[in-house]
Design a protein around this ligand. Sequence first.
Ligand code: PDD
Length: 281
Amino acid sequence: MSRTVYVNGNYLPEENATVSIFDRGFLFADGVYEVTAVLDGKLVDYAGHTTRLERSLGELKMEMPISQEELLEVHRELIKRNNLNEGAIYLQITRGAADRDFVFPKDAEQTIVLFTQAKPLSAPKTGIRIISAPDIRWGRRDIKTVQLLAPSMTKMIAKAEGKDDAWMVQDGFVTEGTSSNAYIVTKDGKIVTRNLSNSILHGITRAAVLKLATELDMEIEERPFTIEEAQQAAEAFATAATAFVNPIIEIDNVELSGGTPGPVVTRLSKIYLEESRKAAM
Ligand code: PDD
């Protein structure tokens, strides 16, 4: 069934939605995006996503093309028109269409597109198997740009090896997953995840999960870790808006927590889901 999508102020059937061949998102990956999960037809961690969106736009000297009130209204309208109960809403904003030039255009009208994707998010998770791979991305991974070829290629390396995903490694330390933040749980129960910097995306699910973990009196260490440390950890997991808290049960062919999700990740996953349902708007 055709979805209704939003393009520059209009709600359209997806087959009729178009953007210019001169759009800078197409020519230069000159755009940013956000992904917000939907549970029970409501938005999860919405405030975090819009705050990060404003930051990404600001870092690239772009404006917010519509007001926050309108943006929320568009999200809600797309949920309604597509009868979306569980899944995600993707929001893409580019610098717009202009004759091809490396210099940013002065008066291009920005392009804004939103679309929905139905997917099961709350089903119990059995855990994924990952490999490590070099992090070949650019130096501003804190900006959520639509430049996703490097993570896409990296994910394909994992798929070619029959695995689900990859954790990317730079200078010997894990940065993050191809589209998720990375964590381990040490044998004495500490949650370790890389500290925020330009090397990783500042995950909105990461912020929510670390807040919950703090409230549960779990110990957290924000620091880089190696693949070897991860292979010796008690548990490992990833977080993202489209995967919530996702257990990792194998890293480079080394099985973790007996090949099933361990107790810490199981608890965090359950609590994150419960709290997200309560707080969704
Ligand atoms: N990706 N790191 C990277 C590189 C990501 O692409 C993502 C999310 C995350 C997790 O961020 P958040 O918790 O805010 O979703 C971390 C989205 C889901 C995607 O590209 O589909």
